[in-house]
Design a protein. Structure first.
Length: 104
């Protein structure tokens, strides 16, 4: 069993070395201009991908916040008509308890 593992590990290591050597040869064969052009294309693709990801996250966050705000607002509207004395409403950050205006 251990012998098989070590053979697999050696095989994987040899494949990694072969891949590194072939990539190094490929880089040497490419001209500097071709390499620079390829690197620029890769940079632009990565930048575009990051923008897409950031925009998607931003949109998801905004939607999540809208849903949360709507839920919180609806929850407080329901609470106005279903008061429970055990709950400390005054301690909630979104609750403001003001004075009662008495028109006499």
């Amino acid at each position: 069993m251990r012998n098989r593992r070590s053979q697999r590990t050696e095989k994987i290591q040899q494949q990694n070395i072969d891949t590194r050597v072939s990539m190094a040869q490929l880089r040497e064969e490419q001209s500097k201009d071709t390499r620079a052009e390829r690197n620029e294309v890769i940079r632009l693709e990565q930048r575009q991908s990051r923008r897409f990801t950031v925009n998607r996250r931003r949109t998801n966050d905004q939607q999540r916040q809208q849903v949360h705000r709507a839920f919180t607002s609806d929850s407080f509207l329901r609470l106005a008509f279903q008061y429970e004395s055990e709950i400390e409403y005054y301690a909630h950050s979104k609750v403001v308890i003001g004075a009662i205006d008495k028109d006499t």
